[in-house]
Design a protein around this ligand. Structure first.
Ligand code: SF4
Ligand code: SF4
Length: 167
């Protein structure tokens, strides 16, 4: 195709590139983008922190609870954390907007907090994390799951043991 016919075709068909940033650019459904974290469904098992090859995830115990941080600048988008998470509390989104100014490099972080709570059974302080329910048979009812969630780890173990004896 000579230059003139190529030029004419491009004039008629328009550019092949996406019109970003003037319009949103389409993103593939399975695109591996920014990490998102949900503290409500997190079991606080810290498996994601252990399997992250880039050291991008860190849990820190503070006076408020267990803090989660994932540095977007360090993440290599391998998907290991999502693959190993038992609850889906951590996952990769299709958000690829990672450009930021030099001054913001330390604030490019996904942050979450699993707060402390008081166990209604023993009065002890514990993390308000989701209980590990995999392998519990028969499956917990919504009421039982809510009751279990409120408890501290020791009282959760007692709850499961007592339930096993009943069923
Ligand atoms: S996000 Fe998933 S893997 Fe990480 S601590 Fe929470 S439950 Fe465990
Ligand atoms: S996608 Fe990979 S590099 Fe990024 S936080 Fe998860 S495990 Fe770490």
């Amino acid at each position: 195709m000579n230059f003139l016919s190529l030029f004419a075709r491009n004039l008629i068909e328009g550019p092949y590139t996406d019109p970003f940033p003037f319009k949103p650019a389409p993103t593939a459904k399975r695109f591996r983008g920014k990490i998102a974290f949900d503290p409500v469904t997190c079991e606080a098992c810290r498996q994601c922190e252990r399997v992250c090859p880039a050291g991008a995830i860190r849990f820190t115990r503070t006076k408020d609870g267990l803090e989660f941080d994932c540095w977007h600048d360090s993440c290599v988008f391998c998907g290991n954390c999502e693959f190993h998470c038992p609850t889906g509390a951590i996952h990769q989104t299709v958000d690829w907007h990672l450009a930021h100014g030099q001054a913001d490099k330390f604030s490019a972080v996904e942050h979450g907090l699993i707060p402390f709570k008081v166990c209604p059974s023993c009065g002890g302080k514990a993390l308000d994390s989701a209980p590990a329910t995999a392998g519990i048979t028969p499956a917990l009812s919504a009421e039982e799951a809510g009751e279990l969630r409120a408890l501290c780890p020791k009282c959760r173990a007692k709850f499961i043991k007592a339930r096993r004896t009943r069923t």
